[in-house]
Design a binder for this molecule. Structure first.
Ligand code: IMP
Ligand code: MG
Length: 174
């Protein structure tokens, strides 16, 4: 995949605007509470950094990392946690922050795993949702943008580690 053949999908200005809207909704929904934000490495770190600075309720931050093995993953059994969160989530309001939802396998696995530790609540905020690509039903609580097809880079999203540092989001043209 060549990240040089790309077309802008969302500009930095559109991204900033959408991040603020999401943060406002989250701030209202969690009013009077404290959020434990769990970012999924690596892709979500840019979005997370912007989001938490626009959220008006107190946020604690931790990170996790997952990997999926095998092509054409058919079951969530192929997902493993390669870096666990480092704090206790029992009784806490957990907000998972992800860059993009594709098949839904990663997030459904993570949500189930975290629920075993009896948090008070678990919600998911994803910047981009490829709804039509689901292999497993999964609905996020907060979504920045939805898209049907295509592969995107920028704003933390990569193609083989390339393109993460671009401030806008681009669709790769094949
Ligand atoms: P899934 O929902 O389990 O299929 O996994 C979603 C993960 O796939 C995301 O966290 C990204 O790492 C990666 N991914 C899916 N689509 C894209 C894309 O268009 N650009 C960059 N990464 C993507
Ligand atoms: Mg990712």
């Amino acid at each position: 995949m060549d990240i040089m053949t790309r077309k802008m999908l969302y500009s930095k200005e559109e991204i900033d605007q959408r991040v603020r809207e999401l943060a406002d909704r989250i701030s209202r929904d969690y009013e009077g509470r404290e959020i434990l934000v769990v970012g999924i490495l690596k892709g979500a770190f840019v979005f997370l950094a912007d989001l938490i600075r626009c959220i008006s309720v107190p946020c604690e931050v931790d990170f996790t990392r997952l990997a999926s093995y095998g092509a054409g993953t058919v079951s969530s059994g192929n997902i493993v946690i390669t870096k666990n969160i480092e704090c206790s989530i029992k009784g806490r309001d957990v907000l998972i922050v992800e860059d993009i939802i594709d098949t839904g396998l990663t997030l459904s696995y993570l949500v189930e795993r975290l629920k075993e530790e009896e948090p008070r609540s678990v919600r998911v905020c994803a910047f981009i949702d490829k709804i039509k690509r689901r292999e497993i039903p999964f609905v996020a609580d907060y979504v920045g943008f939805t898209m049907d097809d295509g592969f995107v880079v920028g704003y933390g999203l990569d193609a083989d580690e390339k393109g993460r540092s671009l401030p806008d989001i681009y669709i790769i043209e094949e």
